[in-house]
Design a binder for this molecule. Structure first.
Ligand code: SF4
Ligand code: SF4
Length: 325
């Protein structure tokens, strides 16, 4: 048994108290956050993204990332933001990754509404043509909850975008997976993923003739805009208590930080997108960028944790692919 150290954060203490060592496995996903620019300003956003944010990845950084990726056998690139589609080199990035030998699988984390914005009319067709997997935010199947969390009119825009994606084969053709992401509207844990998925499938099909593959139920982590909301409404400590009491060691093996490398818009490296938003960059005395990393040095590296990590290990757990346990 490893003794709990009072100098550690509460998550590290919990792991130490249960003799759990949180280290990386083999990297399987390179998740690239290309910037904070977004057409929406959702209340739960952990990135604090929005239309006025200026932080976006340059082509030079895209090239350096693709050059690094080419030296590895990492099979999947997961593009996130912001709305990743809004950076000028979004399509260039995908074309470069798809052009590698061997080619890599690409995921676009899409807020849906961007697909129907002026100037983006051919974006969905481009994604289908490149066989890019889409993981799309859809916090509810009813308009009230979606508009409350994401802004007026977002529900209708999301439905129109999903119908457009279906018309291109997304959610039906095995080469065009379409997954939806649910996150709770308030300071609660998500319900059981399978049951919620069945509800989503029934409601979206019945009312809008929409089909999709999987629903991922994510827990809101207490960082960014969601933490600010919890603080304002005096709910932060209660929410932390909820997460801590729901700690589930069975989630550890499937945490996304074990197989995903997270890269920021300047090429900096983190254990996950949440650590990225908290500025927990890898360091060896100096801040580490992706091109400083020897690909075979990643496995077994210790993962940097904080109290927000309780959001990933509560209940059924939460990762980029939804519930874990
Ligand atoms: S949650 Fe997603 S869609 Fe909403 S503001 Fe943040 S990055 Fe944009
Ligand atoms: S926030 Fe989650 S994914 Fe990130 S380091 Fe903590 S446990 Fe891992």
């Amino acid at each position: 048994m490893v003794a709990a150290d009072s100098g550690m954060n509460r998550f590290a203490q919990k792991l130490a108290g249960q003799s759990i060592s949180l280290c990386r496995g083999r990297p399987e996903i390179l998740q690239v956050n290309v910037g904070k620019l977004c057409n929406l300003t959702c209340v739960h956003c952990h990135v604090n993204a929005g239309p006025k944010r200026k932080e976006i990845m340059t082509r030079e950084t895209v090239d350096r990332i693709v050059d690094w990726l080419a030296q590895t056998d990492i099979p999947t690139v997961d593009l996130t933001g912001g709305a990743p589609e809004m950076i000028p080199d979004f399509r260039y990035f995908i074309e470069q990754v798809k052009g590698l030998q061997p080619s890599r699988h690409v995921i676009d984390r899409c807020n849906l509404t961007i697909l129907i914005e002026d100037g983006y009319e051919d974006l969905a067709g481009f994604l289908a043509n490149k066989e890019v997997e889409i993981i799309a935010s859809m916090p509810c199947y009813s308009p009230q909850n979606v508009d409350a969390q994401r802004g007026d009119g977002v529900f209708d825009g999301s439905i129109a975008a999903l119908q457009l994606l279906n018309s291109l084969g997304y959610g039906m053709d095995s080469a065009l997976p379409l997954h939806l992401v649910y996150n709770p509207v308030g300071a609660v844990l998500p319900p059981a993923q399978d049951e919620l998925e069945a509800d989503y499938k029934r409601e979206l099909h019945e009312h809008f003739a929409i089909v999709f593959n999987r629903l991922y139920a994510l827990t809101n982590l207490p960082i960014g805009r969601f933490a600010a909301y919890l603080r304002r409404s005096n709910k932060l400590e209660d929410y932390m208590k909820l997460l801590i009491e729901a700690f589930n060691p069975a989630t550890i093996e499937g945490l996304m930080c074990r197989n995903t490398i997270s890269v920021g818009w300047r090429g900096e490296v983190y254990d996950c997108d949440f650590n990225q938003q908290l500025g927990m960059q890898w360091t060896n005395g100096c801040p580490i960028f992706l091109w400083d990393v020897a690909p075979d040095s990643v496995e077994h590296r210790q993962i940097m944790t904080g109290e927000h990590c309780f959001g990933c290990t509560a209940g059924a757990g939460s990762s980029c692919g939804g519930a874990i346990a």
